[in-house]
Design a binder for this molecule. Sequence first.
Ligand code: GDP
Length: 134
Amino acid sequence: MEKTLAIIKPDAMQAGNAFAILELITNHGFKIVRLAEKQLTAYQAEEFYAEHKGRPFLPELVTFMTSGPVVVVVLEKDNAILGWRDLMGATDPAQAHEGTVRKLFGTSKGNNATHGSDSQASAAREIAFFFDRA
Ligand code: GDP
């Protein structure tokens, strides 16, 4: 079984969509093995998105990710990493397929409702970023 990290971002939390997103996740066969609510600091958001250092949208991303609480979730399933990326849909909700989380709950390329690890290395790093053991 593979594990991946999902984050319900501040836009989805503020819109009251956290439970609907978690329900969609479990309806697709993912097991929720860790779940926590966090308020990220700017330092934590910059660390988490370190791969985007220098990108023009990073300051906006950090402001957004610290604008309110998030829910961080470790999901488990066969091929969880790719499976969750598929269920989330494209980064830009306008490009995301019908039925995907970002199509349903995202409103812009920045405010796109959820995060998902993009590789095994990222999943391991991101899970360890939030949880001592998963
Ligand atoms: P992801 O793996 O699909 O989340 O996409 P990326 O790793 O490319 O980007 C990380 C996050 O940065 C995205 O989920 C968006 O929230 C945000 N982001 C990416 N591109 C842009 C952009 O052009 N403008 C803004 N404001 N945010 C962006």
